[in-house]
Design a protein around this ligand. Structure first.
Ligand code: C5P
Length: 220
């Protein structure tokens, strides 16, 4: 398709989602949150009482998984069929199950094919696509590819501020565990050749958006 992709990868708590949304607004692009697809599939599997550590069972659950997502950065929602799961996919039980679902290669292939269709049908000049393997697998030929990083302690502190009911230490440990499990599947902690690194450790939100936009505008 002729739709331009700005690819943004990074670990949990790097600020990827909020930064990518803002960059999409600034460019007049769509915004695609790929983590939401893995989360929605985990939600769907849990709703069907599928054992999410059983790859075959999860693969079976994909067959009647009807993933829908808004690419509008100003009107973000996620649905599984007719069910609005925008909030539910952020629940801890889903977060705990998602890495197991995302580990299965056949699932990744099916979901990546869905991403390409969504981008092609976006009706936008471009889409900011955000996740873990966008710069390397989903859109390795994207004109602008960015790895957004931040020190683990800073990421844990940011995540902790968003979540209630857990201590900072619990959040840090959960983040570490998910990064460790996810990075066995795709490497999102080091930049692939040609990928620009933006380290947000010492930057606030606006500064991070400005840096990512600068990279995007330089490459587009
Ligand atoms: O970005 P977010 O934290 O919402 O992603 C949820 C999970 O989805 C990640 O922990 C990872 O297991 C999976 N994921 C992935 N590849 C992507 C995006 C997310 O495996 N491109």
């Amino acid at each position: 398709s002729d739709v331009v992709i700005v690819a943004v990868d990074g670990p949990a708590g790097s600020g990827k989602s909020s930064v990518s949304k803002q960059v999409a607004r600034a460019l007049g692009f769509g915004y695609l949150d790929t983590g939401a697809a893995y989360r929605a599939l985990a939600w769907h599997a849990l709703a069907r009482e599928v054992d999410t550590s059983d790859a075959t069972a999860v693969l079976e659950a994909v067959s009647d998984f009807d993933f829908r997502i808004s690419l509008d950065p100003d009107d973000y929602w996620v649905r599984s069929g007719e069910v609005d799961v925008t909030e539910a996919i952020r629940e801890q039980r889903v977060t705990d199950a998602v890495s197991g679902v995302a580990r299965v290669p056949a699932i990744r292939r099916a979901i990546n094919a869905a991403f390409r269709r969504l981008v092609a049908a976006s009706g936008r000049p471009g889409v900011v696509v955000e996740g873990r393997d966008i710069t390397t697998v989903v859109a390795p030929d994207a004109p602008a590819r960015i790895l957004l990083t931040a020190d683990p302690a800073v990421r844990a502190a940011r995540r902790s501020a968003e979540i209630s009911g857990s201590t900072a230490a619990e959040v840090a440990e959960a983040l570490r565990r998910r990064d460790s499990s996810d990075s066995k599947v795709v490497d999102f902690l080091t930049a692939a050749p040609g990928v620009a690194v933006v380290d947000s450790t010492a930057l606030d939100f606006d500064e991070t958006v400005a840096e990512v936009l600068a990279v995007a505008r330089r490459e587009l």
